[in-house]
Design a binder for this molecule. Structure first.
Ligand code: CTP
Length: 212
């Protein structure tokens, strides 16, 4: 089966997951979604305190080889068992999620364009952009409400690793994208991408003509 793999990158808090999850909700089981975050390396040998201090914004924090292997399997029409990450434990959980091969596969994450091999897998590359102040505000609320963090910890992590890594590894991948969208909440961008996916699902082809 010919499948189209769409990479969705962008800084933390830019709204990548809102954008991705809206597409998933619109197409349900017609498309597959994979989150690079679920491929953060297993850290069973480290204590919780040690794991807490790790740099999670560096490309080396991810087991990208596993993602590459699983994308290749999906391309070959085979289902895969994706890992599931637990942010509150700073570690991979015991769970896995079965992902079936689909005509359209979305791959979302801060650093999905930073790896050359991964970049080569994408037929369409979308970068979600948002101002740094908006991104950090969203991140503070999200990390405290959903990822079991405290405000002081979020601020310290942002200043020591998240921000410097963003300018070293995330921002430089923006010019590599086919499309740069202004925030993950952008309705016009959502409709454009949705229309393009509908077209791919109908025809099985991606010729880029739905993007201006
Ligand atoms: N991260 C963390 N603790 C971990 C693992 C990851 O704080 N144990 C953080 C990293 O610092 C990284 C972020 O998770 O910056 C990646 O997720 P993010 O892009 O913020 O979330 P998404 O929901 O994927 O995207 P968006 O905020 O754009 O919707």
């Amino acid at each position: 089966m010919k499948c189209v793999i769409i990479g969705i990158a962008g800084g933390t808090g830019s709204g990548k997951s809102t954008f991705t999850n809206r597409l998933k909700a619109a197409f349900c089981d017609d498309i597959a979604v994979i989150y690079h975050d679920n491929y953060y390396k297993k850290q069973d040998e480290l204590s919780f305190e040690e794991r807490k201090k790790m740099n999670y914004d560096h490309p080396e924090a991810f087991e990208t080889e596993l993602l590459l292997k699983q994308l290749q399997m999906l391309r070959n029409g085979k289902a895969v068992e994706c890992p599931v990450y637990d942010y509150s434990m700073h570690n991979r959980s015991q769970k896995v999620v079965k992902v079936e091969p689909k005509k359209v596969i979305l791959v979302e994450g801060i650093l999905v364009f930073a790896d050359e091999r991964l970049r080569q897998m994408f037929d369409i590359k979308i970068f979600v952009e948002a101002d740094a102040d908006e991104r950090i505000l969203r991140r503070v609320i999200r990390d405290v409400k959903e990822r079991g963090r405290d405000i002081e910890g979020v601020v310290e992590q942002y200043l020591t690793t998240v921000k410097p890594m963003h300018y070293l590894y995330v921002e430089p991948t923006k010019p590599l994208a086919d499309v740069i969208i202004n925030s993950g909440m952008n309705e016009v961008a959502f409709q454009l991408v949705k229309t393009n996916i509908e077209k791919i699902l109908e025809t099985g082809e991606e010729d880029g003509s739905a993007f201006p």
